[in-house]
Design a protein around this ligand. Sequence first.
Ligand SMILES: [Zn+2]
Ligand SMILES: [Zn+2]
Length: 822
Amino acid sequence: MQPLPKKYDFSEIERKWQQKWEEMGIYRFDWNDAKRTPFTIDTPPPYPSGEFHMGNILNWTYFDIVARYKRMRGYNVLFPQGWDCHGLSIEIQVEKEHKIRKRDVPPDQFRGWCEQLIERYIAIMKDSILKLGCSIDWTTEYRTMDPDYWRRTQLSFILLHKKGYMYQGTHPVNWCPRCETAIADAEVDYEKRQGALHYIRFPLEGSKEHLLIATSRPEFIPACVAVEVNPEDERFKKYIGRKIVVPIVNRAVTIIGDEAVDPDFGTGVVQICTYGDKEDVKTVMKHKLPVITILTENGRITENGGKYAGLTVNQARKAIVEDLSAAGLLEKTETLMQEVGVCDRCKSHVEILERKQWFMKTRALTDQVEKTANEVVWYPDYMKTRLIDWTKSLDWDWVISRQRVFATPIPVWYCKNCGELILAEEKWVPIDPKLENPHIDKCPKCGGTAFTPEHDVFDTWMDSSITCAVHAGWPDREDWHRLFPADVHPSGIDIIRTWAYYLMVRHLALFNETPYKSCLINGMVLGSDGRKMSKSLKNYVAAPEVLGKYGSDATRQWAAGGGATGSDIPFRWPDVEYGRRFLVKLWNVSKFAIKLLEGYAPSETVEFELQPLDKWVLSKAEKLTQKVTDALEKCQFNIAVEEIRNFTWHALCDCYVEAVKDRLYRPETHGEAKRAAAQHALYEVLYRVLQLLSPVTPHLTEEIYQAMYADYKGYKSLQLSPWPEFNQALADDQAEEHGDLIIAVIGEVRREKAEKRLPLNTQIKKLTVYAGDQKTAEIIKEGNVDIAGTCKVSNLEVLAKKGSGKTLSEYPEVTFTAEYEG
Ligand SMILES: [Zn+2]
Ligand SMILES: [Zn+2]
C-alpha cells in the first residue's frame, strides 16, 4: 500500500487519470471481441455551440455513468462521440461575425467560415467533456460536415427515395423569413407575445349589413380567400353561402361553414387567408379554396398585396390598420396575449409559405412509431407518451429540404430539357450536385445532356437521425447489426420530439426496426431560483466555472444526485460543495485506513475471527451493493449516489472505523485474529465503496484504488474491475441487528462523555450495562472487545437485569452507568 498525498488536489488527480486512461486505451470499443456482449450508447452528437453548459454536464454524466457501469458489468461498451455540425445557428453566427448575408459571398467561402467556427466551438466543448472525465472512445469521433459522413446521409436518402418515402411537393411549410428557409414543426418554438386584436367590418355583398371579424393579422387581408363561421352558430348560419366583400381589396369571397370555428373566440366570424396559420392551411385544403401568395421568402408583401407590396409584415400591418380606420371599417382594437410560433434559432415570427420542398412521408409511420415506442424501455417510463403524443399531433410530413448553404447537399439533378429527376446512384456518394454532374451520359427519358443541380440542402436532422445505424458501422461493416439497435438512446426531455422521433422514423423507414432498445431521458437544469437556467435571468452558471472550482467528481455527484431521472434538476452551489465535502471525507478515511492497515498484506491464508461489527459492516456492504446495482439497472442515479454516500459517511466512517480503531491499534490486547478480522473487513468494505462509486466519481476512486488495491486486486484500473455481485452468504440480518445494538451502546457512552465535557479518550474505570434481558445481554457481550476498546473501558460488565443510569435512545430497555477515572 502506498500513502496518499496529504491534501486532496482534485485538479491534479483528475487531469492525471484522464490522461492515463486515454493512454491505457481502456475506453476503446473492441471491434474484434467476439466474447463479451456489446453495449452501445447512442451518444447524441451535439450542435457545437461553443459552450458546454450545465445541461450538457447533466446529459454526459448520465451517459458516462451508464458506460462505466456497463463496462464493469462485463460488456464491450461502445461510447462514441460525434458533432452535429450543420446548424442553422452556425450560419447565423457566421453572418453576424462577418457582417454579411450568406448569399453575399461564394458558397465555398461561406462554408469555409462555418467550418472554422465549428472547429473553434468543438474544441471548447471537447475540453469540457474531457474535463468531465467521460469515458468516450475518441477513436470514434466524427463530424457530420465531413464528406464521409454526408455519404451516409445521402445514401440513406437514396434508399428511402427508392422505397417511396421521399417526395417533392408544393405544400405550405413553416418558413423563417429571417433565415429564409423552410423549417420543420420541431424547429418552431412557441412564445407568448403581446399583440393586438383588430375588429374589422366586412360588408355583406348587396346589403348594408356587415360582419365583424376579429384578427390579429390584418396584413393578411389582401390574401383573404373566404370567411368562415360555425354552422351551429345561430347568429351567423343564415349567411353561409352568401358573398362578403374583403375590405382594402374589395374582392367578394364566399362565407363558408366549418365546425372548427370556435363561436366564442373573437366575434365567431373568421377570415381565411393564405396563410395566416395552420388552421388556414387545413381549411384551404378541405374546402378547396384558392391560394393567394402574400409573402415573399424574406417576409415582404408580394405584388398580390397591391399598394402594400414591398412592405415588411409589420409595416403592412400598420398601414392597413390606418387605412381601415380611415375608411371607417375598424371598429375597435384590443390588446391580446397570444402564443406565436418563432424560429428556434433566431426567434423570428414563423410564417407559412407555399413552396416546392422535399418531404419524408413520416405520417405514414405514425402507427408504427406508436407501437415501437411502446416496446422500447423508457427511463422513466412515462416519457414514452411524449413521443407518442408528438407523433400523433403532426399535421404535416417532415419537410427535409432547406434553403441554406452549410448543410449536406441533396444528391439530385434535373434534366434541363425535360425536367426529369436524376437521383444519384448509391456508389456516387458523397457528391455535391452543384459541383459535379450526374455520372451518366444522357437523360434516360429524353436523351438531353444538360442538367441542373438541386440547390436545396438537407435539414440538419437528416444528418443526425441515422446515428444509431452509423455508430453500429452502417453501411461499411457487414456485422453492423451486431450493434444495432443501440442499447440505449439518451436524450433530453426537450428533444424527444426531434431526436428520439426522427431517429425512430428514419430507422423504421430504412430498416423496419427500432433504432434503440431503451431511451434514457434527462430533465432540464434549473437555476438556483427554480426557473429554467438562462443568461437573461441572471441565474446562469457556466460549466467551466463549476468544473474549475470543484472538479469533475463533485460536479458529477450534483448531476447524478440532483433529482430523479427525467425530472428537472436545480443547480445549487451547496450541492456541489456537499459533493466535494463527501470526497474529502472519503479521501481522509482512506488515508486513515492506510495508516490503520499498516503492515496488512491481504491474502487468502490469513486467519481471522470476525467480530459482530465486522459481520455488521460486511452485511451492510452487501445490501448496499444490491441497492446500488438495482438503482443503476433502472438508471436511478440519484438513489445510487444517496445510498453510497449515506453508507460511507455513517456506517463506514462514523460507526465502523471509530469502533475498530482500538482493535487495529492494539493486537497485543485483543489478539491477532481479531485484528486481522477488522483489517479484512475495513479493506474489503472500502474497496466495495470505491467500486460502487466509480461510475459516478471515477477519478478519486481510481486514485485511492491505485494506492491501496492495485497491487493486490491486480486490475490495471478500477474501471476494469468486475462489478461486485451481491453475496447472499455475507448478507446477515441478524448480524446487522446485533451490530446496531453494539453501535448504539458505543454511541451513547461517547455521547455521555461529550455531555460531561470529557475528552473521548477518557478512561472509564467501570462500565455497567443493564441489558434488561438475557438475550440482549449476550448480544452486547459479543461486542465487548469493540465497546471496551472504543470507549476506553477498563472493566466492562454486562448484566441481564434492568438497571438505572443513562438510557440508550433507540433501546429504552437498555441503560448503563460509567465510573470515570480521575
Ligand atoms: Zn430564423
Ligand atoms: Zn430529359
